[in-house]
Write a protein that binds this ligand. Structure first.
Ligand code: UD1
Length: 367
């Protein structure tokens, strides 16, 4: 029996590991364990995703919590090392680009345990982003790199990663979307919030570059107020953004804005339900750029760059930088129905996890 440990830490990890867990179940020769670092710990940032996605309780919960990058990364490393010494797995699977991803990869390779990185090769080419550092470090030490879009293959080739380590498999996040789309449509969230298909915009913002300065935050709030004159806004607030808004004295203002529905972070099914029939999406998230591309929903991204360029070249995504007036202009066009139509990128077909599990079973940890 081979033992594979997959690591989850933060919200965007759960929907990537859930389809992998389902795919591993088809291989009785593999024991698949889930370790949750606890980087995200609020019920609505973590627990609800286990429930929605049918993930079993993690085999191990490290309970790391928040902290500076160094503190969070170091604490994960200290605790995860104990897990690996105890469990001696054949392979560690890490996903995405959060601090838990890089921390667990470092611990595993130093103990001589092989690492597979799912969502490898993505690059924003912006080293001010903590996630870019996490991606670069993880890819440079991982043994197996599973890639979601063509740009990732080019990036890894340019970085001289041997072809034998790299597998173009598609997008595991889309696997979850495909698997849960039907169930998401039965969510009651639209009735609860009082919105109907196509009459609202979804907004999610949490990147430090957007929310960690009072100046940017107040521009964003003004933008949301302007936009809400044309379309109602559903704004599930990330804890980091909520804290910053409260610190800047802006939370009450946005909560009391008449056409803005401010709510707590939503579970996977409720969020997907809202995303599918949104008029438009305004975000700075990584994964939402991909989900909107798959769903064909127009997406305006408040970032200067993206590590997921296929969402722009083939999908419905537009990079807006910090051009607040530009967002208002583009949003108006979308509302008039003049928006970019996209197509679904190669191999985003709901089967990426099956491909990964097969490669892992036959190639990464053969019997
Ligand atoms: C992390 C990831 C980011 C990802 C995002 C999704 C890193 C470097 N960043 O950013 O790539 O897009 O998750 O959400 O790993 N907090 C809570 N409750 C929680 C979690 C966080 O209140 O359950 C608050 C804490 O005040 C914490 C802050 O949010 O200090 C930031 O959390 P952290 O995990 O450090 O980074 P995120 O901004 O969530």
């Amino acid at each position: 029996m081979k033992k594979v440990i997959s690591v989850v830490g933060a919200r965007p990890n759960f929907m990537k590991v859930a389809p992998l867990h389902a795919a591993f179940r088809r291989y009785p020769e593999i024991r698949h364990m889930i370790v949750h670092t606890g980087q995200h710990y609020d019920a609505n940032m973590s627990r609800v995703f286990f429930e929605d996605l049918g993930l079993p309780e993690p085999d191990v919960y490290l309970g790391i919590g928040s902290g500076s990058h160094a503190v969070q990364t170091a604490k994960v490393m200290i605790e995860f090392e104990q897990v690996l010494l105890r469990e001696t797995p054949d392979l560690v699977v890490v996903v995405g680009d959060v601090n838990s991803t890089v921390a667990c990869s470092l611990v595993a390779v130093k103990l001589g345990i092989r690492v597979a990185h799912v969502e490898a090769g993505l690059r924003s080419f912006d080293r001010r982003m903590p996630e870019e550092i996490n991606r670069l470090v993880t890819d440079s030490i991982a043994d197996f790199l599973f890639v979601s879009e063509a740009s990732g293959m080019e990036n890894l080739r340019r970085e001289n990663v041997p072809d034998s380590k790299v597998f173009f498999v598609g997008n595991v996040m889309i696997d979850s979307l495909v698997a849960f789309r039907g169930q998401a449509r039965t969510s009651r969230i639209k009735a609860t919030l009082g919105v109907a298909d196509g009459d609202y915009a979804m907004v999610t913002l949490h990147r430090p570059s957007n929310v960690d300065s009072a100046e940017n935050l107040s521009k964003l709030i003004r933008l949301l107020e302007d936009l809400s004159r044309f379309v109602r806004i559903v704004f599930p607030i990330h804890p980091r953004t909520k804290k910053m808004l409260a610190d800047c004295g802006l939370l009450n203002r946005i909560e009391n804005s008449p056409h803005v529905i401010v709510c707590e972070p939503l579970g996977y099914l409720d969020f997907l339900c809202l995303l599918e029939t949104a008029k438009l999406v305004l975000t700075d998230s990584g994964g939402i750029q991909e989900e909107t591309t798959y769903l064909g929903v127009p997406c305006l991204t408040m970032r200067e760059n993206t590590e997921r360029p296929v969402t722009v070249t083939e999908g419905t995504n537009q990079l807006m930088g910090f051009d607040y007036e530009g967002v208002a202009v583009e949003a108006a066009k979308i509302i008039r129905g003049e928006h970019k139509k996209g197509r679904i990128p190669e191999l985003w077909d709901g089967k990426a996890s099956d491909r990964i599990a097969e490669i892992i079973a036959h190639h990464c940890c053969p019997k």
